[in-house]
Design a protein around this ligand. Structure first.
Ligand code: SAM
Length: 428
């Protein structure tokens, strides 16, 4: 397929996502199944146009003064693919599989628009109702932070130190562009790919099958490191899900001590068994049932709450979620976070740590939850987060926002997904 055909497909897919409110990944998959002639390269390029358009939806729409799939897809190419309107029109001229070139009306609107003069929420590429939330979290930096959440993400890897080391995995991934991460001590990063390219399928590598590494955003790796799990400790991962952080904690503990992996939804835990086998994590016990948690009350050195949240910190990777998010969902998550903090705190031993993590960038899910919890439970006091950051990541004071309640990471500030981390010590 040439660019015209790929662009036409992206427009069709964007219109379908909008009309039926379906997740982008599902619509792309269905499109691939019903267009078998499209090769892997075509599907990757179409996916890139669709995801770029969803990340930059406000900017792309504003440039052409329309929310239609056509405007978003053309806008994506203009903003993210280094294309000019003239070059695009020349490419589309006479391509019967492509959309019609930009017409005189569209070209006139485009000629008048300069993104630097666009409204703030457009430049931040966020829904209007989220602008106030971002502004509360980031103050005068909120537009730049919103824009950071609308960029293409890298592919991050965590080396499993139980089976390999960074040099060994780097050698194995030679040719992929992988390099050491700036912050995470066992991380590797394959930078974002330009234009129609795509990241290599690293999960097909024998090294992945041998458990040498996992795919995990650097921010998630940093959060796991900050939790401070050490060999011999007793740790409860209260919202373990598929086990991303469980595996990281287990490696940090060098398989010594015990991690209990719990989640209220049994099916969410299902992938953890395979992952544990592949990675040779031997100090993890899956505790799916609430009754299995009872004996742990007041006995854990660390209880990690990787809380359910809006996921606003991961908008780079799931930009369609940005447009589906509604106030109601945020309110539900806040209620869950509050209840989980209260329930999970019971398992922390005197002198132990309650660690709260989200992949949200909204204060309402982060610092607000911590200050409200500390008020409800005065025996828990936030640790010195500045000292904790400096001890683990010396020389990187500029890579996190630190307050007395916790610290946060973001694409613009840290080069990672958006994460919030807070640790509270229970009085001894
Ligand atoms: C952010 S995800 C966890 C991701 C996981 N820790 C990782 O690193 O891959 C949040 C998890 O919290 C779980 N959850 C939601 N409500 C819960 C509750 N009341 N108790 C325990 N887990 C809960 C969800 O099922 C979901 O798997």
């Amino acid at each position: 397929m040439r660019l015209g055909g790929r662009l036409a497909a992206a427009i069709e897919i964007l219109d379908d996502i909008d009309r039926r409110h379906r997740p982008a990944a599902d619509v792309l998959k269905d499109w691939g199944l019903s267009h078998r002639f499209a090769g892997a390269g075509d599907r990757a390029a179409i996916g890139n146009i669709v995801y770029d358009a969803l990340r930059r939806k406000r900017s792309a729409g504003w440039l052409l003064d329309s929310d239609a799939g056509r405007a978003l897809a053309f806008g994506a190419l203009l903003l993210e693919w280094d294309q000019s309107a003239e070059a695009l029109n020349a490419t589309l001229e006479g391509d019967r599989f492509g959309p019609s070139p930009l017409d005189a009306g569209e070209l006139a609107v485009l000629a008048q628009r300069d993104l630097r003069t666009a409204p703030d929420a457009v430049r931040a590429d966020c829904p209007d109702w989220c602008a106030a939330l971002l502004e509360r979290s980031y103050g005068e930096d909120w537009v730049a932070e919103g824009a950071g959440l609308a960029t293409r993400p890298p592919l991050d890897i965590r080396v499993n130190t139980l089976r390999a080391d960074r040099d060994k995995v780097l050698a194995e991934l030679a040719g992929t562009g992988a390099e050491r991460t700036r912050l995470a001590h066992q991380g590797l990063r394959i930078p974002p790919i330009d234009g129609s390219g795509r990241h290599p399928n690293v999960q097909a590598e024998p090294a992945f099958q041998k458990g040498w590494f996992e795919i995990q955003d650097e921010g998630s790796q940093v959060a796991a490191e900050l939790a401070g799990a050490k060999p011999g400790m007793q740790v409860l991962d209260y919202c373990a899900g598929a086990g991303g952080k469980t595996l990281a904690l287990s490696a940090l503990m060098d398989n010594q001590g015990q991690i209990f992996a719990h989640d209220s939804e049994k099916q969410r835990l299902a992938p953890i068994f395979d992952r544990l086998r592949r990675s040779e994590n031997r100090n993890v016990q899956v505790a799916a049932k609430p009754s299995e948690l009872a004996p742990l009350e007041g006995r854990m050195d660390i209880v990690l709450v990787d809380a359910p949240c809006t996921g606003s910190g991961t908008w780079r990777r799931r930009p369609d979620a940005k447009w589906r998010l509604a106030q109601k969902q945020l309110d539900v998550r806040k209620g869950e976070q509050r209840a989980i903090l209260d329930a999970a705190s019971a398992y922390v031993k005197p002198g132990g740590l309650l660690v709260y993590v989200t992949c949200s960038v909204f204060d309402e899910e982060n610092g607000d939850q911590i200050s409200a919890f500390a008020e409800r439970s005065p025996s828990f006091k936030p640790v010195d987060h500045a000292a904790r950051w400096d001890e683990l990541f010396p020389g990187h004071a500029d890579a996190a926002r630190v307050t007395s309640l916790g610290l946060s990471l973001s694409p613009a500030k840290s080069g990672t997904d958006g994460f919030f981390f807070s640790a509270m010590r229970r009085a001894g």
